[in-house]
Design a protein around this ligand. Structure first.
Ligand code: ANZ
Ligand code: ZN
Length: 805
């Protein structure tokens, strides 16, 4: 008989919804647990099988946590600003909010079909004005604290489409839509000074429980380097371009000890002193070089496998430690945005410099090293710390984002912020206006820039003429604080109630993709820290524990992609196999943190397993009925015989396998080892099939253990064995200790490091137990007589070392 997944899953999903089983209360005496998954971008193609990998796993954790007596917050929402909806609007004219709504409806239906225990009453949608009102409010907090500022920076520019491109729209240096090589162009952007928090973002990693590889990714992204700034002077008379004489170039080095081996100095092409240093003889060449390198991406420039190029400026500078006169070059392997944008080159010690020196025939000299502090002092340098982390580019010239709530006063208000004035809180949100065209304007400004009624407004300070900022916020804005809004999603007076935040924060467990452990994780940690500093949130760190799932690859091990046509549609899987098979298969397919290939065979295997569980429980039920029938027929005879019902008697072997599995599955779910939890369940059902049947209470323990993993199946079987109510309202089973230890193990016993005997003890025996047994062993006790035991060391199940005096 095939398991009726469609009927059973629908039935239980409806029952859960009706009973509001997963609605979370803010006032509960139970301990709180906040379990969070990264919310999806509701794309037009619907849920990808990669999304459920995260949700299924954390759903199992959330369900178990509820059964353990916790008040669990397990919310979901939609991170819905972004390019696909906007590009679709450019193509079709359909407003992004319409496609977004449709996509959200699809996502919600898909999520519900999988039976997730999300509290849907707390859904958030970052594009809802009631939500982004608070994103804008928080931006203004940053602005008022001086952490938002405008600066000219390079953006990716498509000269044909005449628009600024997001990094993800640049593919191999070309515009994703038209294939034209992308150029760099200077544009004024709003920036957020996240670098002010670099040290704390690094330091506080010590206080949180993140997977080691996640911590490492954060540390590398922040990229702290201890080094020194050293000045190389362009002294008169050494051959400098006259305009540069008297100035000096400041380099950043992590190796001042190598100063004596410097043979040239290199500036990044965008260094402000390049033009001033370039002699007329070299000007044409240098200018061409600067223009060409502006077209290259920073990743290409920093790529150590690429051949390095550069040009001589015609000027020289003096090495402060030994007076050597060294030539000044321009090369794009030096990045403008890091350190001081200038380096001292030491070909003898640095591989890049060595390669460059060989290519351009620059000297390579071997000089002894001088220790760090002494070298810095000799060079009259300054010790300093630099970070790779850059300030956050916080504006885009695009439509589908949160409008930046600032007004430029045309009559001179607020000169200290360049004339920018905050929109008063009572006027928030600044709602996105309707537009006719969604593409940026010809000069790269946002499409909002041509809507006069939006742009022209009054200065909130003086009431004079004002013009609105027409840039919108980047995709990362709304996701920087969504975990706070789930706590109080309908609050109109604040982004969330303080008492409620005190109750729920920090998030206890957060899961998401490895691709988000730098930007999103860092941005949201920063955002939360900033709100904490302003007294708006109760904790400095938002997430206590952070884990990550591996990707689901296609069956041939490659990345699933629409163009290759190897994308697995979760709808089809749920329809054919049911949510529980999908859930268990996803948990079973491999270690949670690792990438794993999708396998249809694997699904079929899990489908059989579900059928097997159903059959086992049904047979168990029939046996009970049989014994009851027998009892009835017996009572018709003269002397009634009582036949023991299978559910009355515990069988030791049966109990053992059940209790051991309960222990293992519990530990595995806590350790996020879902695949081994499923295999333990499979082993258990195989064993049970060969053993006397469990009692009713034991079978109930089995179903309670199954509930977080296959909730529909467990609920159905719970009912079939004669229970009412929800299996999940029961407690998570705790393994009975007496059934956990069985085998004996051989333990070697040493006295003062010398082997004095071996003994059989029960597996898992404690130090005291083993010591008592050892004392009773003649061969060992002989070595203890008359001596004082000063120390006992047990390597469980292997070795006991007794130290005596
Ligand atoms: C001389 C030297 C000798 C260096 C040596 C290294 C090794 P991290 O650790 O990443 O901070 N550097 C400085 N600013 C740079 C920039 N804007 N673009 C490219 N390279 C830059 O690296 C710091 C080192 O990278 C600095 O120390 C500098 O080269 C280079 F044997 O100075 B070093
Ligand atoms: Zn004004």
């Amino acid at each position: 008989m095939k398991y009726d997944h469609a009927g059973i899953e629908k039935k239980w999903q409806e029952k859960w919804e009706k009973a509001e089983l997963y609605k979370t209360s803010d006032s509960s005496d139970k301990p709180k647990k906040y379990i969070l998954v990264e919310f999806p971008y509701p794309s037009g193609v619907g849920l990808h099988v990669g999304h459920p990998r995260s949700y299924i796993a954390l759903d199992a954790v959330a369900r178990k946590s509820r059964m353990e007596g916790n008040n669990v917050l397990f919310p979901i929402g939609y991170d819905a600003f972004g390019l696909p909806a906007e590009n679709y609007a450019i193509k079709t004219g359909v407003h992004p909010s319409i496609t977004t709504q449709e996509n959200i409806t699809t996502f919600r239906r898909q999520l519900k079909s999988m039976g997730f225990s999300f509290d849907y009453s707390r859904e958030v949608n970052t594009t809802d004005p009631k939500y982004y009102r608070w994103t804008q409010w928080m931006f203004l907090e940053l602005f008022k604290a001086g952490l938002a500022y405008k600066a000219k920076i390079n953006i990716n520019w498509c000269p044909k489409d005449k628009i600024g491109l997001a990094n993800e729209e640049v593919v191999g240096g070309e515009c994703e839509r038209c294939g034209t090589p992308v150029e760099k162009r200077e544009k004024e952007q709003w920036m957020i000074a996240i670098t002010k928090y670099a040290e704390r973002l690094l330091e506080d990693l010590k206080t949180v429980d993140y997977l080691p590889k996640i911590k490492k990714a954060q540390e590398e992204w922040i990229g702290r380097s201890e080094g020194a700034e050293i000045d190389f002077a362009c002294k008169p008379g050494i051959g400098c371009h006259p305009e540069a004489e008297g100035s000096s170039i400041t380099v950043f080095t992590t190796r001042p000890d190598t100063l004596w081996g410097v043979t040239y100095v290199v500036l990044a092409p965008e260094h402000p002193m390049v033009s001033k240093l370039t002699s007329s003889e070299h000007r044409a060449e240098v200018e061409k070089y600067v223009t060409d390198s502006a077209k290259k991406s920073e990743a290409d420039r920093g790529d150590d496998t690429k051949i390095k190029t550069g040009v001589f400026t015609g000027s020289y500078a003096v090495n402060p430690v030994n007076g050597d006169v060294v030539p000044i070059w321009v090369a794009d392997y030096v990045l403008g945005g890091y350190g001081t944008g200038a380096v001292m080159a030491v070909p003898e010690h640095d591989e890049r410099d060595h390669e460059f020196a060989e290519k351009y025939n620059l000297p390579i000299i071997d000089r002894p090293l001088v220790a760090f502090d002494e070298a810095v002092a000799k060079a009259h340098g300054r010790k300093t710390i630099k970070y790779k982390l850059r300030d956050w580019v916080f504006s885009r010239q695009r439509y589908w984002g949160e409008p930046i709530p600032l007004i430029h006063c045309e009559s001179g208000c607020s000169p200290e912020t360049g004339g920018w004035v905050a929109v008063p809180e009572k006027d928030l949100p600044v709602v996105l206006p309707q537009v006719e065209k969604y593409q940026p304007t010809d000069n790269g400004d946002s499409p909002l820039a041509v809507i006069e009624s939006f742009v022209n407004t009054k200065c909130p300070e003086c009431g004079g003429k004002g013009k609105r900022e027409t840039d919108t916020m980047p995709n990362w804005a709304g996701s920087s604080w969504y975990f706070l809004r789930y706590i109080d999603p309908k609050n109109d007076a604040a982004f969330a109630d303080k008492e409620k935040m005190k109750h729920w924060m920090p998030v206890d467990l957060y899961n998401g993709g490895m691709e988000h452990v730098t930007l999103h994780l860092l941005y949201s940690r920063f955002w939360n820290k900033f709100l904490f500093d302003r007294g708006h949130v109760p904790t400095s760190e938002p997430y206590n524990r952070r884990v990550s799932h591996g990707l689901i690859m296609s069956s041939d091990g490659t990345k699933m992609s629409k163009s290759k046509g190897n994308v697995v549609n979760p709808d089809g899987i749920v329809k054919q196999y049911g949510a529980d098979v999908f859930r268990m298969y996803t948990l079973f397919m491999g270690p949670f943190a690792e990438s794993v290939p999708w396998s249809e065979n694997g699904l079929v295997g899990v489908e059989r397993f579900v059928e097997k569980i159903e059959r086992y429980v049904d047979v168990w039920g029939q046996e009970i009925n049989k014994s009851i029938n027998q009892k009835i027929s017996n009572t018709t005879t003269e002397t009634p015989v009582v036949i023991p019902k299978p559910r009355d008697l515990e069988n030791e072997k049966t109990s053992k396998i059940i209790e051991k599995t309960i222990k293992k599955v519990g530990d595995d779910l806590d350790g996020m080892n879902f695949n081994t939890a499923i295999s333990a369940l499979m082993i258990m059902f195989n064993e049970l099939a060969k053993l006397p049947m469990p009692t009713k209470s034991e079978l109930e323990r089995v179903l309670r253990m199954l509930a977080p993993i296959a909730p529909h199946l467990a609920s159905e079987l719970w009912e079939r064995i004669g229970n009412s109510g929800f299996v999940e309202s029961e407690a998570w089973p705790i393994a009975r200790a007496e059934f956990l230890v069985d085998e004996t193990v051989k333990i070697a016993v040493q006295v003062n490091g010398k082997l004095r005997g071996t003994m059989e003890v029960k597996s898992g025996a404690s130090e005291d137990e083993v010591l008592e047994l050892a004392k009773a062993e003649k061969s060992i006790s002989a070595h203890l007589e008359g001596k004082k035991i000063t120390k006992v060391i047990l390597v469980p199940n292997r070795l006991l070392n007794i130290v005596v005096e």
